[in-house]
Write a protein that binds this ligand. Structure first.
Ligand code: PNS
Length: 162
């Protein structure tokens, strides 16, 4: 059984993440979407909230081989604990590449069997980011084109409060 881990901040999950989740779930027997901590990014949603949003989205999409989990330490420790085969990341533009390349190299240095596979985002999603969603929603803008409908109200209500 091939197990893939898709780690990220998912603060909050967007259509861009959902595209990668959906495509990766078809490539592997099981996909774990892992809410992880990015120490260089402040988060708006708690880890538990981000997990709940992802769980709802994955359920609504009927992706039965996708599990949602969280981990507050090193990705590679989780990867080893689950005896996973692959780390999946999404690439939106060339600007993502340098950072993602560094992370992939570092993870492989920490564990030689940690292969990272990149899925390139479809063109409609190349500009989309959680930070953009947060900024638009905080000022009361419409983010319905950016986040799945089943979590839209929760995201807008929650971000407007901040
Ligand atoms: O969605 P993001 O913020 O780009 O995801 C980055 C994330 C959370 C995957 C990365 O920061 C991470 O792996 N965090 C866990 C801690 C870790 O293992 N850091 C070393 C990576 S080389």
């Amino acid at each position: 059984m091939k197990l893939a881990i898709y780690p990220g901040s998912f603060d909050p999950v967007t259509y861009g993440h959902l595209e990668i989740i959906s495509r990766a779930s078809k490539l592997f027997d099981k996909l774990v979407v892992l809410v992880s901590v990015n120490p260089s990014k402040p988060s708006a949603f708690s880890i538990e909230e981000r997990k709940q949003l992802l769980e709802e989205v994955v359920k609504a999409e009927g992706l039965t081989n996708v599990e949602i989990d969280s981990h507050e330490g090193l990705l590679i420790d989780y990867f080893n604990k689950r005896n996973a085969d692959v780390i999946v990341k999404g690439l939106r533009a060339l600007s993502d590449f340098e950072y993602e390349f560094q992370m992939a190299q570092a993870n492989r240095k920490l564990c030689y069997k940690a292969e990272t596979i990149f899925l390139t985002a479809k063109s409609e999603n190349t500009y989309l980011s959680s930070s953009m969603v947060k900024q638009i929603a905080m000022f009361g803008g419409d983010v319905s084109d950016f986040v799945p409908e089943c979590i839209l109200d929760r995201i807008t209500t929650r971000l407007k409060k901040d």
